[in-house]
Ligand binder design. Structure first.
Ligand code: C5P
Length: 218
């Protein structure tokens, strides 16, 4: 009797913040450290997966063996994720993508002028929604950082973006916005199953999330 060789799963992870340029020396961004995405990458590597890590700027060291694609802006992240999408079985969008970018990046350093300055922002594309529109058989995981109505808002996001799973991360008043290592999450799948996990490190949570993701039936 022959047994079919099990295919090595390919996990595509988007991590870290994006930066949106104002001019050659300035940008707008957010406080994301990339820790969650990198922990997920380490855990996926430990489990023998092929990992493609599309990362915004962070101070973290990528695990050995990943295919690391460094990006800066949301548009660069989108291009890299969509280019790698077809190779992946599982896509985890843990990146804190900036919702807006400058309508026009100034070619030279913006000079201080007297009075007020107005920056015109335009919306960035929603990478997770675009990935889900082309996902076919792939399992796609989104993240949601919420300050109120955590589960309700995360569920809405899951369905609006057409993801398979969402990791809802409760932003607590006493915690740093990003970089917290004592985290409460609810993992919700598109069938409405909820897994609530409290006070765990991102490393522990990465194990729990990957268990759920890799066993997801589509
Ligand atoms: O809508 P919100 O930004 O809260 O959604 C969070 C989820 O959507 C995360 O998984 C994030 O990586 C993804 N996202 C995205 N592209 C954006 C904004 C968010 O892929 N422009």
């Amino acid at each position: 009797m022959t047994t079919a060789a099990k295919k090595t799963p390919v996990v595509l992870i988007a991590a870290g913040p994006t930066r949106e340029k104002l001019d050659p020396v300035r940008f707008i961004s957010n406080y994301s450290t990339g820790t969650f995405g990198y922990e997920l990458a380490y855990e996926a590597i430990r489990r023998g997966a092929h990992v493609i890590l599309v990362s915004g700027p962070t101070n973290l060291k990528a695990p050995q063996g990943v295919k690391l694609i460094g990006v800066e802006t949301a548009l660069e992240m989108r291009r890299a994720v969509l280019a790698e999408l077809r190779k992946a079985d599982y896509i985890i969008m843990s990146a804190a993508v900036c919702d807006w970018r400058l309508e026009k990046v100034a070619p030279r350093k913006i000079k201080r002028s007297s009075g007020k300055t107005t920056l015109r922002l335009i919306e960035n594309p929603d990478i997770l929604s675009e990935v889900c529109a082309h996902k076919a058989h792939r399992v796609v995981v989104g993240f949601a950082l919420e300050t109120e109505n955590l589960e309700k808002n995360a569920l809405k996001k899951l369905f609006r973006k057409n993801a398979d799973l969402i990791v809802a991360n409760a932003l607590r008043k006493q915690s740093p916005i990003f970089g917290d290592n004592n985290v409460n999450v609810v993992i919700i799948d598109r069938f409405g199953n909820r897994l609530r996990v409290r006070n765990r490190s991102k490393r522990d949570l990465s194990k729990i999330i990957l268990d759920k993701v890799l066993s997801f039936n589509i």
